[in-house]
Design a protein around this ligand. Sequence first.
Ligand code: ATP
Ligand code: MG
Length: 287
Amino acid sequence: MSLKNYCFDGSQKLSLHKLPHDSKKDNVNKETILAKTAKNEQEISLLQDKLYADGKEGLLIVLQAMDAAGKDSTVKHVMTGVNPQGIDVYSFKQPSKEEMSHDFLWRVNKALPARGKIGLLNRSYYEDVLVVKVHNLYKTYNMAERCLEDKAFFEKRYRHISNYEEYLYDSSYRIVKIFLNVSKDAQKKRFLERINDKEKNWKFSSSDLSERALWDDYQEAYEDAINSTASKHAPWYVLPADQKWYTRYLVSEAILKTLKEIDPQYPKLPDEQAALLQKSKEALDKE
Ligand code: ATP
Ligand code: MG
């Protein structure tokens, strides 16, 4: 299976339970995949340099997952070889009081990268149709009743998100949305590792278990959100996440594909400036 089979751009419907959590079906060789990942990372690094110099398009990477699916290590890997000046990472936590007193996309706009940069959202505005849906958090919001009693509350949010992503695309951004599709068994294993290993204790929080208990609700919320917001200009990649080496490869493939589509170019100097450059060279040569 290639990246294409994990890509949801509105042309095929996602049934989450049908997608694999590991590489078994893809019948790949780990050594080959590791080598390909390293090569992809080099290419990403070169293209990111061009993206920055060009400054014409921005790349927004949205990273969503259940706890312990490997978001943090994916962030680390995406950063490999990338000039830190060209990337902004932003983690979406529970909204602050100030954020809560604004519309849900308010904080997203503040976190957007400038064109020429890569913006990596560790969790995102999708939390507003995931955790907020699973826990019905919106019912406690200080908002007009017409908004809260609306049966189509989440349908409308999906639409607002789709419109927002189209707006970003039309504003010269590309969007890659990644869902790290970890299995319930692998999550359990990783939670136990976090509990058993003292150096990993800090990564575990008791709320992780209460969220795990709502696994099926989250899977349904993810499926709905992905199917309602998958589009050609803002595709979702639903990637197997039980084997980190394979996830990293697929993440690198998705990012590389998008950077190649952007096809950034180093700016070409106008003739006047090129002539000036030549003069400077001659002056230096004469010294
Ligand atoms: P880790 O994997 O290290 O635990 P994390 O992304 O889960 O990283 P946490 O600080 O544990 O980070 O959790 C952030 C929490 O904030 C998540 O439970 C997430 O669902 C919640 N959150 C994010 N956005 C919103 C939102 N709009 N409304 C309510 N909760 C939100
Ligand atoms: Mg957490």
